[in-house]
Design a protein around this ligand. Structure first.
Ligand code: ADP
Ligand code: MG
Length: 349
């Protein structure tokens, strides 16, 4: 007998709102001691004892923040959690709980939401955060996701954007530009697919950058690493919009300037080769691409020996006095003012 290739499609009405919530959340178990009561009552109850509580929320809209034509729902669920956890880690905190709120149109069957929740579950499992609640409702068009992440931090470890001092070193985790170049590849393949749906492209040379776009990892390890190295950053922010705009946030909030060295910006070889292929400047991609979810922070110069040679960390510049302004020092040794260009500078609308 021929296998039935039609995917199963259960409408959301068949379950009803309570049945749906119960179905999607039944396999989640709480692991954090701070979770006193999770899903199942009118509100969750948490107990953070001696620590300070960190809260961050993001809202993601289909067609604005994600495109389901190349973003599998499982990856979307995972990424939506990462985007939020990244903000918690950027405060030098530990993430402990999330809430997930969803609005979906009747275009989405139960199986689509199951896939989405598989991504949420994988993220929650991997990053050891409890899913403690949310809300579920219908939308007239498309999918909306709002996630709130909670975390804890000892008061003395809280790292704001406003603590950088002139001469502090500017440090970044990981490498930059991958998520943006992954998006370029996916958008190109989407266009190719429209013309010839039978085309099976070999995307293996791009696996690193596609993964950076579709399955980013928040840098949970960095606050832990800094603690183990006995380094307390003076200021920190996560890279969601692109290096320039994040540096400018640090400068503005800390009332300092900055010198960023072009030749120090860490780039993966796949980013360099794909930039050549797409005829894009890799520095501009790192500065304006965004979505890398790396952590950018400043440290006192005296802490340099503690981070020196660490493969996770790269010193990319130093802070300066406010009246010096924020600049990129190019490979050719010219000084260009940093501007917050974001996606638009690269032709994305
Ligand atoms: P209310 O009507 O009071 O808003 P709900 O029936 O929406 O309550 O929610 C019941 C429980 O299920 C609550 O604990 C809520 O936080 C949780 N919940 C609702 N939607 C979701 C979701 N999408 N993901 C996780 N938990 C959810
Ligand atoms: Mg509700």
């Amino acid at each position: 007998m021929l296998e039935d290739k039609t995917p199963k499609r259960t409408t959301l009405e068949e379950l009803g709102e309570f049945g749906l919530i119960e179905h999607l959340t039944k396999n989640f178990t709480n692991k954090q001691i701070s979770t006193i009561k999770g899903i199942g009552d009118d509100a969750a109850i948490l107990d953070f004892q001696e620590t300070k509580t960190v809260v961050s929320t993001d809202l993601l809209i289909e067609g604005v923040h994600f495109d389901l034509s190349y973003m599998p729902l499982k990856h979307l669920g995972y990424k939506a959690v990462m985007v939020n956890l990244s903000d918690i880690y950027a405060m030098n905190a530990k993430a402990t709980q999330i809430t997930v709120s969803l609005a979906v149109s009747n275009r989405f069957p139960l199986e689509a939401l199951e896939e989405f929740y598989q991504g949420i579950a994988l993220a929650a499992e991997t990053y050891k955060v409890d899913l403690i609640g949310g809300d579920t409702t219908s939308s007239t068009k498309g999918m909306l996701i709002s996630i709130t992440a909670l975390g804890t931090v000892l008061e003395e470890n809280i790292t704001y954007r406003n603590g950088a001092k002139p001469n502090d070193l500017l440090v970044i985790s990981g490498d930059l530009g991958g998520a943006y170049m992954g998006l370029q590849v996916l958008e190109r393949e989407k266009e190719v697919f429209k013309v010839d749906p039978n085309n099976q492209p070999d995307l293996s040379p791009y696996s690193y950058i596609i993964e950076r776009q579709l399955k980013p990892e928040a840098r949970k390890d960095i606050p832990t690493l800094l603690e183990s190295l006995d380094v307390k950053p003076s200021a920190m922010i996560d890279i969601s919009d692109g290096l320039s705009s994040e540096i400018l946030h640090l400068c503005k909030e800390s009332k300092v300037g900055c010198n960023l060295f072009e030749d120090k910006i860490p780039l993966d070889p796949t980013v360099i080769s794909s930039c050549e292929e797409f005829n894009l400047d890799s520095t501009l991609v790192a500065l304006s691409g965004g979505e890398d979810y790396e952590l950018l922070f400043t440290i006192d110069q005296s802490a340099f020996p503690k981070i020196k040679g660490n493969p996770n960390l790269t010193v990319i510049g130093h802070m300066a006095s406010e009246n010096e302004g924020a600049h990129l020092i190019t490979r050719g040794n010219t000084k260009i003012p940093l501007v917050a260009q974001g996606w638009n500078a690269l032709g994305k609308t």
